[in-house]
Write a protein that binds this ligand. Structure first.
Ligand code: ADP
Length: 554
């Protein structure tokens, strides 16, 4: 077209005509694409031509245009003869730019071989395969490619249907990850389960060993052993129990053991047992158990609780040790002490009498040295008499025969007297006295003096450099508390627990003193007989305060 020949207005008009023609052409193409026309007349240099569309099946064209898959038709050179909008959209290009392109431009390097194979095969027969397509920005899209040959007027073409596999691949990928996670979780669970099984097996084994260990131990000690629950029911006895009692499990289990205890010992045993269950303190009691031959033997019972981490009692372990032989020995010893002290008393009384006779016989004629000997002999005889009296008291207590008359006693006066005597006997010690006057009690003055003298003797015996001894009375709530304090070696808590026992003495190699461990035992008995209380406050190395409390006469 030679533009110079036209005026501006003419050019404008031609431009407008061309625009209208283009719109018509576009409409026509859309009409064909959407199957609205099957034929069209096109004006060209040879005049008007009628074009009918051989594959002008409206339904299929609409279907192909609307379907979700990409559809293209290629000739032998892979030139795109036809493409639906979906394929153009998949490749990110306007439709008109797709037609006429070589399909190979959408094939990335990685898929070239696969694509070529599919193409070679596709011209022969229908085939399918997965490939990657690259859009204009190089983004890869996984696709399923299906090839079918088409017979067109112009010759055979290859129709490709391209299904976007992106979301399917994503789902597959996600599924794969989920599967892997599931597998990992399964493996972890299996591992955990195996570990758990191993632990349970090991624990069961440990438990079995420790139970066997306990049984072995329990059945091989000479004592009878049991375990009982926090409520008191016994749930285990060792073999010795069955051998001794001749009972069976069913008879002994729970509280059945009560039938094996001597009826006289049962109330005290039950009291102590229930007390221990309540407080969680060690259970300790002596009682007689019936043997299979219906004889009774003395036993010392001890039970201690086993607690969990929170301190709650899980169960108790108890033992009953046969002390029948020791008891017999002790009885024999008591009997001997009783007889011996009694036998000693008679010659001692004569000895004392003769000493008195000698000392009063023609005094002025006795040389001073003899007088001195007589004095020393009298002190020794007095000591001996004290000792024998203590021994006699002990055997009387054992026989339940420590008897004496009770009456009204002025305790304040009695104490003053004791203080006077003590000052005389122990001039090297400082006796500090804090007494209240006229404290009256019901009791036996001689026996109470015996207790006080025992406290003072001990205070002297167990004191060190500090020679002070404090005697004190305090009246409170109708009770008088009499105490003797020293500043000597003192006592540990364990020693305190035992000092009122018969013949108990603390073994202290640094502080050896004479004595038989009878004084506090007798004092305890005397104060109990007076319905009072005896005790000691002390710390090792820090002196001691021995005291007793008695009801005062109002
Ligand atoms: P003895 O003094 O004859 O051994 P006791 O029955 O009077 O017997 O005392 C028992 C034990 O108590 C003593 O052996 C001693 O170990 C301890 N004891 C008594 N009094 C005191 C005290 N004042 N200080 C320290 N220990 C004491």
């Amino acid at each position: 077209m030679e533009l110079a020949k036209y005026t501006y207005e003419e050019l404008l008009q031609q431009n407008e005509e061309l625009r209208i023609q283009l719109e018509e052409a576009n409409d026509t193409i859309d009409a064909i694409r959407n199957g609205q026309v099957d034929a069209l007349i096109v004006k060209d240099a040879d005049g008007h031509q009628l074009y009918t569309l051989k594959t002008a099946d409206q339904t299929y064209r609409v279907f192909i245009e609307k379907m979700n898959e990409g559809a293209v038709t290629l000739n032998k050179d892979n030139t795109i003869l036809y493409s639906n909008s979906r394929f153009a959209a998949m490749m990110g290009l306007p439709l008109e730019k797709v037609i006429g392109l070589n399909f190979a431009v959408f094939i990335p390097e990685i898929s070239v071989d696969k694509f070529n194979d599919l193409m070679d095969k596709g011209w022969e027969e229908d085939c399918k395969g997965e490939i990657l397509l690259a859009n204009k920005l190089g983004k890869l899209t996984p696709c399923q490619l299906s090839c079918t040959t088409l017979d067109l007027d112009e010759g055979t073409a290859l129709s490709l249907i391209l299904t976007d596999l992106t979301s399917q691949k994503e789902i597959e990928w996600e599924l794969k990850i989920k599967n892997e996670q599931l597998l990992a979780a399964q493996n972890a669970a299996v591992k955990l389960n195996n570990e758990l099984e191993d632990t349970v097996r090991a624990r069961t084994n440990d438990l079995l060993i420790s139970r066997e260990h306990f049984k072995l131990l329990a059945n091989n000690i000479p004592q009878m052993t049991w375990t009982n629950l926090p409520g008191g029911e016994v749930d285990f006895y060792n073999q010795q129990w069955y051998n001794y009692t001749g009972s069976r499990y069913a008879e002994s289990v729970g509280w059945g053991w009560q039938h094996m205890i001597h009826p006289d010992d049962l109330p005290n045993t039950l009291d102590k047992y229930i007390e221990a269950l309540k407080t969680g303190n060690t259970f300790e009691v002596e009682n007689r158990y019936k043997r299979w031959d219906n004889t009774y033997r003395w036993h010392l019972n001890r039970a201690v609780p086993l607690r969990d981490d929170s301190g709650a009692i899980i169960f108790w372990v108890g033992t009953a040790t046969d002390i029948e032989d020791q008891k017999r020995e002790m009885d024999r010893k008591d009997e001997f002490i009783g007889v011996a002290s009694h036998e000693l008393k008679t010659p001692l009384t004569s000895l004392k009498g003769y000493l008195q006779l000698i000392s009063s016989y023609k005094k002025e004629e006795l040389p001073p040295v003899v007088k001195q000997y007589i004095g020393k002999a009298s002190v020794a005889v007095n000591k001996l008499q004290h000792l024998i009296n203590d021994l006699l008291d002990v055997s009387k207590i054992q026989a339940g025969r420590l008897e004496y008359a009770m009456g009204e006693v002025n305790l304040s006066e009695l104490m003053m007297q004791v203080v006077e005597n003590s000052k005389h006997i122990y001039p090297s010690h400082e006796l500090e006295v804090q007494l209240q006057p006229n404290i009256f009690i019901t009791g036996n003055a001689e026996r109470l003096e015996q207790v006080l003298m025992n406290f003072i003797n001990n205070a002297v015996k167990y004191s060190l450099a500090d020679k002070r001894i404090i005697l004190k009375t305090i009246v409170k709530n109708n009770l008088v508390r009499v105490s003797v304090t020293d500043f000597g070696i003192g006592l540990s808590a364990e020693q305190i627990d035992r000092i009122f026992e018969r013949f108990y003495r603390v073994e202290d190699k640094r502080h050896i003193t004479s004595g038989l461990g009878m004084g506090l035992y007798i004092s305890d008995e005397i104060i109990s007989n007076h319905l009072g209380k005896i005790g000691v406050d002390s710390e090792l190395g820090n002196g001691a305060t021995f005291y007793f409390e008695l009801p005062v006469i109002a």
